[in-house]
Design a protein around this ligand. Sequence first.
Ligand SMILES: Cc1cc2nc3c(=O)[nH]c(=O)nc-3n(C[C@H](O)[C@H](O)[C@H](O)COP(=O)(O)OP(=O)(O)OC[C@H]3O[C@@H](n4cnc5c(N)ncnc54)[C@H](O)[C@@H]3O)c2cc1C
Length: 378
Amino acid sequence: MLSIWERNEFIKYDHVIIGSGIVGLTTAYFIKKKYPTKSVLVLERGLLPTGASTKNAGFACMGSLTEILDDLKIASEEEVLELFLLRKKGLERLQSILGKEKIGYQSNGSYELIFENEMPALEKIEYCNQLLRNEIKQDAFKLNNAKMQEFGFNGVTAMVENLCEGEIDTGLMMKNLIHLVSSMGVEIKTGCEVLSFNETSNQVEIICNNPVLNSELIFKANKLFICTNAFAKKLLPQANVTPGRGQVLITKPIPHLKFKGIFHFEEGYYYFREYKGCVLFGGGRNIDKQTEETTEFNLNQVIQQSLIEKLQTIILPNQDFEIDLQWTGIMAFGPTKKPIIAPYSENVWVGVRMGGMGVAIGSEVGYILSEMIDLNDK
Ligand SMILES: Cc1cc2nc3c(=O)[nH]c(=O)nc-3n(C[C@H](O)[C@H](O)[C@H](O)COP(=O)(O)OP(=O)(O)OC[C@H]3O[C@@H](n4cnc5c(N)ncnc54)[C@H](O)[C@@H]3O)c2cc1C
């Protein structure tokens, strides 16, 4: 039941985007930038964005040595290169939208810890550098054992420096992205869960839950963009998307912490970084993969405990620490690492399945989606 005022002013938009993660917000940004007179609405089910974009580790990363070698086992060199370039372009685009300061970009170094059983990977450093050199005009990887002692890690046999990665402040980036699109006139409605959508010949109805009135609210749009990543199956049951939960923790500040920068190990399954004098550590999905294929945000005590053990034995040996926070975020995976960026129908587009690299590729995906709108029907 709508009032005349609501029906006239609150319901009809040119473009509606579902999901206010990095993909939804950058899609809104590029559409509004290109077509400033068009009305753009973002619908978000959570009071805050509630998926991966405010829950991740903030690595501006393009792939570690062992991750790239692992990818090459199932994908061709061309495919691996294509994904690397998507990450590179995405990070450049994110910086061009907000600037380095507003995403808290820093390059304090990026390193991969190599354990005894992974030593053969070092022989492939030159091969990987060759593969990527044409695109980045420099070496991507360099053996750097000198810093290993300085950082104080235990049980690590070698360390590879990644020369083209950095780190961002995820919270700052998302907050500034929300401010930016709002200042451009994009409307964002939070606490607005989309239940389904219907298409007629020239418009799309977007059916939302309206809990206060215990009813449904139907928005109308000329074009709809579905940017719900791991939650895509709710609206698109056929989508080939499997959720993958990521467990994260952060310590309280550690006096005289010996390292800065971002670190990966075990093909990118584990990652840690320094953040404001604390250690943020996440990963371990590989030790309980099936349980982690969920869209529920619960902590997995087995994985959280294994993170604490790795902190004690590898990252902060002989050092006392306290855990400040533990949390989870939900990623989206599929049979390949390629995201789904595609038209669903004449007036509906989909940008989902960002894997563990949506910080890197998300803005490029937003750009590609905005470019898919028919130019004759802006
Ligand atoms: C622990 C962790 C660490 C990570 N580390 C990194 C990293 O270091 N580097 C990197 O590049 N990537 C990383 N990622 C991946 C990256 O965070 C994601 O790929 C990226 O944030 C996905 O963005 P998105 O906008 O596609 O999805 P999301 O951020 O998940 O946004 C989707 C939004 O849609 C909303 N939504 C869903 N269904 C509905 C509905 N029916 N109605 C309305 N709204 C809905 C959700 O609430 C959510 O806010 C990490 C992810 C996690 C979880």
